[in-house]
Design a protein around this ligand. Structure first.
Ligand SMILES: [Cu+2]
Length: 516
């Protein structure tokens, strides 16, 4: 694809009204793609299936019927079930997918007499008063007709499964924006901002930083589950149906924007230089990334092709950091490093340590039902001392990179992707977690868990593994002299009660240090 001009993706809440032109033309473009048969590669459902398709689920949700002629098996093999999750390809794959989709919508818009510079809007749920689903997506009526708004989806249930769709801002965060590394380890340490090193990975086990939060969370919060039948997901909640919801594309445009924000702030944030990332999985003999274009051609791209927005011919109306991003020096100051030493350190680029070691783990798998669960992580005394010593050395300004500490929830399995919970560390027994926000390790949303739990799936039912940065909590325990304990309590608090038949379990809860 050669850019012919610079398209500008705009904030959906700031384009000038509920049905401002960019939104109305999006709806008309969606209607045009929806009118095409599934077998056509530029149809709405074909594009949804490029992300992922589970035919049983599609039939249950009314998106597939016996009378639908299927695309040829060659087309299905070339394009379907391509989305990259739990992989360092997550961001570049979705960038190409969104660009190709946008080109298809733009073509439909132009054919209908709309603006030639139409671009996909994005939904920045972090901005004040913008966390509600944009109104054009929430009503069955639209300026062109009654009861057939192409942006409306019935199977979009929201965080409380009651049809009120919004993103509770206290449940999402941008901690991943601080990760200095694009790519990380799949062995207990930081998975990086963009994800772990994998081959072509349609349902990878370890989700990257920005994928875990806010990406996965927004999927489950928007989609929710059918209140009549919790096993039926809202479209956005499951990777095999998410691409069918028109809001999907505005969410992914925002994630795509955050990649660009991360790269710019600060300038030390860079994409991988490993040729296997740049050239993509086809360079090692695996599937390539390819999309059906409106002129009937196939566009094949690599992650390296996805790095430069100007070359790709688009940008965003706002690339400022959306939330205050704490500077790395603040941690060192808290640990007791002098301001002068912090300044000296910040002048240099300090890579994260890549020595990852297990500090402790719990003893058995944990079943999550109802509104709370807890377990204890047994800490290895030697490893605990090692972490403490690293933090103490930082205070003596001998070490610019004190250990970071990560909580891992390994082999999380379940059947309901909209399940989500908060995780707290070291809470005293019997207290209300809401009174201890400083002990919140973060949260986990199980986008992709059903697929990852299938015994005949890509990873033989190993489930998903989530990594939460608990460095600040461990720092605080250390500074209060309360880290010297045999066990740390881990409390799991679901955002809504988890039904028994969700079958949610965590294989192991573990803590890792990452340092030198
Ligand atoms: Cu997504």
């Amino acid at each position: 694809m050669q850019p012919t001009q610079q398209y500008i993706r705009q904030n959906i809440w700031e384009v000038g009204g509920d049905w401002a032109d960019p939104i109305l033309w999006y709806a008309r473009g969606v209607a045009a793609m929806r009118a095409r048969a599934l077998a056509k590669p530029t149809s709405w459902r074909f594009y949804g299936a490029i992300h992922g398709i589970d035919q049983r689920l599609w039939r249950q949700l009314g998106y597939l019927s016996q009378s639908d002629p299927m695309p040829s098996s060659a087309l299905r093999r070339a394009f379907w079930n391509q989305c990259q999750h739990g992989s360092w390809y997550f961001l570049p794959w979705h960038r190409g997918y969104s660009l190709a989709f946008e080109a298809n919508i733009r073509e439909a818009v132009i054919n209908l007499g709309g603006p030639a510079d139409w671009a996909l809007p994005y939904w920045n749920y972090f901005k004040p008063n913008q966390s509600q689903l944009p109104p054009a997506f929430a009503s069955v009526d639209w300026p062109d007709g009654q009861g057939n708004n192409p942006l409306y989806v019935q199977q979009r249930y929201g965080p409380r499964n009651d049809g009120n769709v919004f993103v509770p801002v206290d449940l999402i965060n941008l901690t991943a924006m601080n990760d200095p590394d694009f790519s990380g380890s799949a062995s207990g340490g930081s998975p990086g901002f963009g994800g772990v090193d994998t081959g072509f990975e349609h349902a990878g086990q370890v989700h990257g930083g920005i994928e875990t939060q806010p990406h996965d969370w927004v999927h489950g919060l928007v989609g929710g589950g059918d209140p009549q039948n919790p096993r039926l997901p809202g479209l956005m909640s499951d990777p095999d149906t998410a691409g069918l919801d028109p809001i999907f594309w505005l969410h992914h445009a925002n994630i795509d924007r955050l990649w660009q924000v991360w790269r710019q702030n600060p300038s030390t944030h860079v994409d991988p230089i490993d040729p296997r990332w740049i050239q993509g999985p086809s360079s090692i003999g695996e599937r390539n990334f390819s999309m059906p274009m409106p002129d009937g051609t196939t566009w094949t791209y690599t992650p390296g092709d996805m790095e430069d927005l100007a070359k790709l011919g688009y940008t965003y109306d706002d690339l400022s950091p959306v939330v205050a991003v704490p500077e790395p020096g603040q941690r060192l100051l808290r640990l007791g490093v002098s301001a002068a030493a912090v300044n000296a350190i910040q002048g240099a680029v300090v890579p994260s340590g890549n020595n990852v070691e297990l500090v402790g783990a719990n003893h058995e798998a944990l079943r999550i039902t109802g509104s709370e669960a807890h377990t204890s992580v047994q800490l290895d005394p030697g490893m605990r001392r090692k972490v403490s010593a690293s933090l103490a050395r930082a205070a003596a300004a001998e070490e610019a990179t004190p250990d970071k500490v990560f909580l891992n929830l390994e082999n999380v399995r379940g059947l309901i992707d909209s399940t989500a919970f908060q995780v707290y560390i070291g809470l005293p027994e019997g207290v209300d977690p809401a009174d201890y926000p400083e002990r919140r390790a973060g949260g986990i949303a199980l986008f992709g868990v059903r697929k990852a739990s299938l015994a005949d799936g890509e990873n033989a039912g190993q489930g998903l593994t989530f990594v939460l940065d608990i460095t600040n909590i461990i720092d605080e325990l250390h500074l209060n002299n309360t880290f010297d304990v045999e066990t740390l309590d881990v409390r799991i608090v679901p955002i809504k009660p988890v039904p028994e038949d969700a079958q949610v379990s965590i294989g192991r809860v573990s803590i890792f240090r990452q340092g030198r």
